[in-house]
Design a protein around this ligand. Structure first.
Ligand code: ZN
Length: 90
């Protein structure tokens, strides 16, 4: 495994990271995976943008509901789709 390989040339890893973002934000991701994810976010501006957007959306949603809640699946799917499209376009 070449860890120095440029992450932006590795959209599959980005897809893995994005798939784990919800668990990460829910605090349900295993610690080792959290560190992997955080390292990827530090090195990948695309995924960091997604993370910022998603965490912001969840924050707003929870504030509006005033109760801890999961992001509605419909919203989540729309977000992921938009993100995937922009990643593929970039
Ligand atoms: Zn990435």
């Amino acid at each position: 495994m070449d860890t120095h390989h440029h992450l932006r040339d590795n959209p599959e890893q980005c897809r893995d990271i994005l798939a784990q973002l919800n668990d990460y934000l829910d605090g349900e991701l295993a610690e080792a995976l959290c560190r992997e994810l955080e390292q990827h976010l530090a090195e990948c501006p695309d995924c960091r943008t997604v993370y910022d957007t998603l965490s912001h959306t969840i924050h707003i949603y929870r504030a509006l509901r005033d109760t801890p809640a999961e992001l509605p699946q419909e919203v989540e799917e729309r977000l992921i789709r938009r993100i995937t499209i922009s990643l593929n376009a970039g």
